[in-house]
Design a protein around this ligand. Structure first.
Ligand code: HEM
Length: 413
């Protein structure tokens, strides 16, 4: 009988929607540290599934992010409409797809507003947005509602939307497009249509702001002003930066918030300890980033020469993904019980925000948001509980973005 987790030749499969995300991480960890994998659609790559080897490859200049180095793609072996291409920038002008000096330039020009010191100033805005979102939930507090679409999505989207001057009317539509794109489960070619729509939307936003620049005081206006000083980004770069940052700025944080609430409801003893001050929110958030990373895996880097690592040879032109979910099971880093949600864990440092030159510039903002939004949620609705057993929660995707379809809860039973 064929194994549901292996291709015919024994290569482990990576599922977009595994039956059990945690068990799947364990399976891939055990296949590591570096393993050949097959992705949905039959495309093959390498995966790092242990901690140290993931750090080493994320920081190794022999692996580059541009698809120019991906032999299967360049030689036409990746179908044009392959849905997972929605998670890999193929344009070479995006921060996520650049390396070396071009990458450093783009990061310098765009990541400034997200330093820990500067994001701290956003605290009152995040508190206000959270309070309004909680107020909006009050009338239905005793009914079953989807905490994901109604809260854990709404707040980070409103924060990043406000920062970049995206109109509130667009939040839902943008959120749906991004969720589809990153799920890796789009119909053939659909990701290209979604990119087209997003590109047009942000293009119009930049043009509108440029025409009325004096009236705007947001990060998009800052990028446009910097471009007028001569040394900044051109319009295409600004559009691609918006497209990336608005996506990265909400989707992953949505899943972090969702995963923390889920972990606490599944571990009421930890929620009690949190309430009693025995454990901090910070410890709970960091352990959730390890235990259930918002990005289960990150695609791709490409070998620019043959690289021997973890007992395997990754050949020039081959693709490599980092499996954060599997690496978070690494006993050598986190101890013998990585399957346990333990906010007191002292051993190990997760790499769920990445590592090396592409390490997430938004980490301080996400941590700040989580540290404000989650305590406010539990303070307002201390008896918040799941409306269905945890085992019945449906996974939307556990590819690059690790997300639930919905998160049905009752806020005030
Ligand atoms: C990059 C995770 C929130 C903006 C990354 C990377 C990871 C990551 C793993 C590395 C990608 C790679 O190595 O290829 C997360 C997680 C978040 C989060 C888990 C929330 C819990 C944010 C936020 C923003 C943001 C709030 C924006 C404000 C970015 C950008 C990059 C990035 C622009 C690309 C950086 C580069 O290529 O140099 N993120 N992120 N992220 N993240 Fe985040």
């Amino acid at each position: 009988m064929s194994c549901p987790h292996q291709a015919a030749d024994g290569v482990p499969l990576i599922h977009a929607v595994p039956d059990d995300v945690q068990a799947d991480r364990e399976r891939l960890y055990r296949a590591g540290p570096v393993t050949r994998v097959e992705l949905p659609g039959g495309v093959r790559a390498w995966a790092t599934t242990h901690h140290e080897v993931s750090k080493a490859t994320l920081n190794d200049p022999r692996f580059r992010k541009s698809v120019d180095h991906w032999a299967d793609y360049q030689e036409g072996r990746v179908p044009e409409g392959w849905p997972l291409l929605g998670t890999i920038p193929t344009d070479n002008t995006n921060m996520l797809a650049l390396d070396g000096a071009a990458h450093r330039r783009l990061r310098q020009l765009t990541a400034g507003p997200f330093s820990a010191r500067r994001v701290e100033r956003l605290r009152p805005r995040i508190e206000r947005i959270t309070r309004l979102a909680l107020d909006a939930l009050e009338p239905r507090a005793s009914e079953t509602l989807d905490l994901k679409s109604e809260f854990t999505f709404r707040v980070p989207m409103a924060v990043i939307g406000e920062l970049y001057g995206v109109s509130e009317a667009e939040y839902e539509n943008l959120g749906e497009m991004y969720a589809k794109l990153f799920s890796g489960t789009t119909e053939e070619g659909e990701h290209l249509r979604i990119y087209g729509t997003l590109f047009q939307y942000f293009g119009e936003l930049v043009a509108r702001k440029r025409a009325t620049l004096d009236e705007h005081d947001d990060f998009t206006a800052d990028l446009i002003r910097a471009s007028e000083d001569g040394d900044g980004l051109d319009d295409t770069e600004i559009v691609l930066t918006l497209l990336t940052v608005v996506a990265a700025g909400h989707e992953t944080t949505v899943n972090l918030l969702t995963n923390v609430v889920r972990a606490l409801l599944a571990h009421p003893e930890q929620l009690e300890r949190l309430r009693g001050g025995e454990v901090t929110w910070e410890a709970v958030v960091e352990e959730t980033l390890r235990y259930d990373p918002p990005n289960n895996l990150m695609m791709f880097r490409f070998a620019t020469e043959d690289v021997e690592i973890g007992g395997r040879t990754i050949q020039k032109g081959e693709a490599l993904l980092t499996h954060y979910g599997a690496a978070s099971r690494d006993r050598a880093e986190f101890g013998e019980d990585p399957e346990v949600f333990d906010p007191d864990r002292e051993k190990g440092r997760h790499i769920s925000f990445g590592y090396g030159p592409h390490i997430c510039p938004g980490a301080p903002l996400s941590r700040l948001e989580a540290g404000i939004i989650l305590p406010m949620l539990f303070e307002r609705f201390p008896d918040l509980g799941l409306a269905v057993p945890d085992e019945e929660l449906e996974v939307a995707s556990a590819l690059s973005v690790n997300s639930l379809k919905a998160f049905p809860v009752v806020l005030r039973p």
